[in-house]
Design a protein. Structure first.
Length: 112
């Protein structure tokens, strides 16, 4: 297992700012999240996550509302967070316009 990239961690922290009870406890899990697999698709990325959190709920959810913008450009990346039983299971990043960029260092993450 590997750690989250800076962009992945920032996107997940941004999800914590969304007012949604299904995200309760997410901030406490971030320090212990590990990546079990990362698949580049050409236009995005699927990041499978592992959390030691033991959720008590049985709900599943897909949460949207987080984007990333390159400096001086319109938003061109979006993120979805898949939750099961209160645990983040997968982060999906996707491009609205072009191929998934190789250099992610100049992107700023924000809420939609």
């Amino acid at each position: 297992m590997t750690p989250l990239t800076a962009l992945e961690a920032t996107a997940i922290r941004m999800f914590c700012q969304i007012d949604d009870r299904r995200l309760d406890g997410l901030a406490d899990q971030i320090p212990n999240l590990r990546v079990t697999s990362r698949e580049q698709t050409g236009v995005g990325v699927f990041v499978e996550l592992n959390s030691s959190f033991r959720g008590t709920r049985d709900d599943k959810a897909t949460i949207s509302g987080v984007i990333a913008t390159a400096k001086d450009e319109r938003p061109d990346l979006g993120f979805l967070l898949f939750i099961e039983a209160g645990k983040p299971m997968m982060l999906e990043g996707f491009s609205y316009t072009n191929a998934w960029p190789d250099d992610l260092s100049n992107y700023t993450v924000s809420l939609e």
